[in-house]
Design a protein. Structure first.
Length: 198
């Protein structure tokens, strides 16, 4: 059992890396995040990273081939849209002649999309869990909860790091937004390439 928990912890750390990078980006770009909103981001990522493998586990026998074939395309598409919009908005603000820098406000639907995009590959992990020795319907909920908690903690660290980096930019929020958008697009490309090669 302890070996199984260790395996799931390692899976959780692996899955959380994309959420960690996106959390840094959010910390950089969302100005004046309250503590509640700052915690909402990693909480959302943690919930999605737990829910997706659970769905994959129970849907494994029905949709395994489809999930594995398309998950990376969906993640890439979502991150491309979010990141592209951030780059576009950042460049637009830089080119603005009125000298007034708009503050990027917290927008929960965007965070939800990020949660889906960074966790959709976890559906395939659910399929893997279905095939792993020792994983049962009785203990799978506890195992995916471990993945969710790991993602929450790592993403929370990412938010804190992002906020500190964001403070270096101060009034240059548009530059932070462009960098953040490029990072999201880069993560999307990484997921796409890994999905095609793997």
């Amino acid at each position: 059992m302890w070996l199984l928990i260790l395996q799931v912890l390692l899976i959780g750390f692996s899955l959380a890396m994309d959420a960690f990078a996106v959390s840094i980006t959010d910390g950089m770009c969302y100005n004046k995040l309250s503590k509640g909103k700052a915690v909402t981001i990693p909480l959302t990522f943690g919930i999605f990273q737990a829910a997706m493998p659970l769905c994959g586990y129970f849907l494994a026998s029905l949709f395994a081939d489809y999930i594995d074939a398309f998950d990376h395309y969906i993640a890439f598409f979502l991150l491309l849209i979010i990141g592209g919009k951030m780059v576009f908005d950042g460049i637009k603000e830089l080119r603005s002649t009125d000298g007034e820098v708009k503050v990027k406000k917290f927008f929960y639907p965007e965070v939800l999309l990020q949660g889906v995009a960074t966790s959709i590959d976890a559906l395939a992990v659910g399929i893997t869990l279905n095939a792993m020795a020792g994983v049962t319907k009785a203990n799978v909920f506890g195992l995916v909860a471990i993945i969710g908690v790991v993602t929450f903690v790592i993403s929370l660290a990412g938010i804190v790091i992002g906020i500190k980096i964001g403070k270096l930019f101060k009034n240059k929020a548009s530059i932070a937004e462009i960098i953040g958008g490029v990072v999201l697009i880069g993560i999307g490309i990484k997921i796409l390439v890994e999905g095609i090669i793997g």
